[in-house]
Ligand binder design. Structure first.
Ligand code: ATR
Length: 505
């Protein structure tokens, strides 16, 4: 099973020991980043393995490899040699590993490492990208059988991650593989699947111990939230794919449920710049289920071998689960939405209900389809009017813009107002998409935004005395349906009060 390494990047030995002490429980080994130490502290490293009392990697990373060491190579080699020698005869513990870059050729250093029982990590870094012939590079790197090859490359795309995964698969020996950066985040969580001996982490809640490399996860998050130590080759892998995948609450929902139910599964963020590349990667990583979010809900359709009826009717899919022929596509937004709405208004259908849907994007499509299925009559209003018209046409719904004429039409569709746009969402500038509409107080108002809990639109509805609900309930309900697709069983209702979506990747 892959190990967790805590990178120690504070500027004094004492502070690094303090941090190590605090997070020791989550780490299997530590990396002392000597390049992050104050110059006078660098002379005190020999005793560190003894003080740390767990296996330690000795590393002095150059600035060109993403580290902070700017001195000459002579000085760096001297420091490394100093770290390798025993402090005195009584001190039995030495560094367990020393990180020596593949282009550093100092036989005396390698000799010293062997003499003192320190294993060499032969490392290669590329903080800019991933070259074509990475596989050959890894094979050439390890010079003797007992060295551990390490490749840390910056993934600028999904195909970069795929290249690293394949290069690793071609090299059977023990190794360390890291796809750095945003696109590579899951290579750190799925180190086991990538065939990496360890995953590097930082103590990100310590302000004076900055992340040692782009994309590194917090040590505690990796150990507790992703249950890294339980991930084996049998662990089922699930995740959410999107671009840019800035905020997704699904990892919290699923990882919490998996932990509570003690299911051998993990749910990871899959930021991906290409759905084609990602689907290949998902096959090679043997991913068991995928939540699909913006902008891939339509682009994923060609990859489905089978699909649920609602996917066909709205032309969008947000859930992929395994079926014998490949992927089964379903859309849990539809069921999540209608369950939430019907419970909110206390009815079993929308017969004789006149409804205004604000927005004509992906979420509005699921909404309109469900309103139609449940026998409701609707008006669709959108900023870009032709999109409202296109969405309304198949259902024979009314349509208009978010202008005075459109707002005037609402008076005939006033029983329920459903806000599906991102206006009012945290970070979107707190917009109210229907600013000049005066609520009568009799409308039932649903805003599918859930962060903030009360949008400016809902705030006005509430002030006018309307009954209202935000999108949190729908979010939970669609996630429960997704759970059913993934696990092939109902979501255990008794867990509901224990799962929340209050943090996001
Ligand atoms: P989603 O899948 O979340 O629905 P989408 O398909 O990109 O995302 O659709 C976004 C919807 O929000 C659209 O209806 C968009 O209106 P346009 O079609 O005119 O772009 C709407 N939208 C986004 N920001 C908005 C704002 N500030 N005011 C009004 N409508 C907004």
């Amino acid at each position: 099973m892959a190990k967790i390494c805590l990178c120690l990047t504070a500027n004094t030995i004492e502070r690094n020991l303090e941090i190590l002490h605090k997070y020791r429980y989550y780490a299997d080994l530590a990396e002392l980043r000597v390049d992050c130490l104050d110059p006078n502290e660098r002379l005190l490293i020999r005793r560190f393995p003894e003080q740390a009392a767990l296996p330690v990697i000795l590393t002095i990373r150059r600035d060109i490899d993403g580290g902070r060491f700017t001195g000459g190579e002579g000085m760096r080699v001297n420091l490394l040699a100093r770290g390798l020698a025993y402090a005195d005869a009584d001190r039995r513990r030495n560094f367990a590993f020393v990180d020596i870059e593949e282009d550093l050729n100092v036989p005396s250093l390698e000799e010293a490492a062997r003499t003192f029982g320190t294993r060499i990590i032969r490392s290669y870094h590329n903080i800019h990208g991933v070259q074509e012939n990475l596989g050959a590079k890894i094979r050439d790197m390890a010079r003797t059988g007992d060295e551990l090859a390490k490749v840390a490359v910056m993934a600028n795309s999904t195909s970069d991650v795929l290249r690293l995964l394949r290069a690793g698969r071609d090299y059977a020996q023990e190794k360390i593989l890291i796809a750095m950066g945003h696109y590579g985040v899951y290579s750190r969580i799925l180190a086991e699947r990538f065939g990496s001996y360890l995953s590097y982490t930082s103590a990100l809640s310590e302000p004076d111990a900055p992340s040692a490399a782009a994309g590194q996860l917090d040590v505690r998050e990796l150990a507790e939230f992703y249950r890294f130590r339980k991930i084996s080759r049998h662990t089922k892998v699930y995740g959410v794919v999107g671009h840019p995948l800035k905020a997704s609450a699904s990892p919290q929902f699923f990882n919490t449920v998996f932990a509570l139910e003690d299911i051998d599964a993990v749910y990871v963020p899959f930021p991906a710049d290409s759905i084609d590349g990602f689907m290949e990667l998902a096959r090679e990583l043997e991913v068991s289920g995928i939540s699909v979010t913006v902008p891939y809900k339509e682009a994923v359709l060609p990859f489905l071998s089978e699909q649920a009826a609602e996917v066909q009717s709205i032309g969008a899919c947000n859930t992929l689960s395994r079926c014998p022929a490949g992927w089964f596509g379903s859309n849990t937004d539809t069921g999540g939405f209608s369950d939430s709405l019907l419970e909110f208004i206390g009815r079993k259908n929308l017969r004789r209900r006149k409804i205004t849907i604000i927005g004509a994007g992906g979420v509005a499509r699921a909404t309109a389809s469900e309103v139609h299925r449940l026998d409701g009559k609707a008006l669709i209003l959108n900023r870009t009017v032709h999109k409202a018209r296109d969405l309304a046409a198949p259902y024979k719904f009314a349509w208009g813009g978010l202008d005075n004429r459109g707002i005037e039409m609402i008076h005939k569709y006033q029983d329920i107002l459903i806000q599906t746009t991102s206006a009012g969402m945290e970070g979107s500038g707190e917009d109210d998409p229907l600013e000049s509409y005066d609520f009568s107080g009799r409308e039932a108002v649903m805003d599918l935004v859930y962060k903030p809990e009360v949008t400016p639109f809902l705030k006005r509805a509430a002030a006018a005395g309307c009954k209202y609900i935000n999108g949190y309930d729908m979010l939970i309900r669609q996630a429960r349906y997704q759970y059913t697709q993934f696990m092939g069983k109902e979501f255990p209702a008794q867990l509901l009060s224990r799962v929340q979506f209050d943090r996001s990747f």
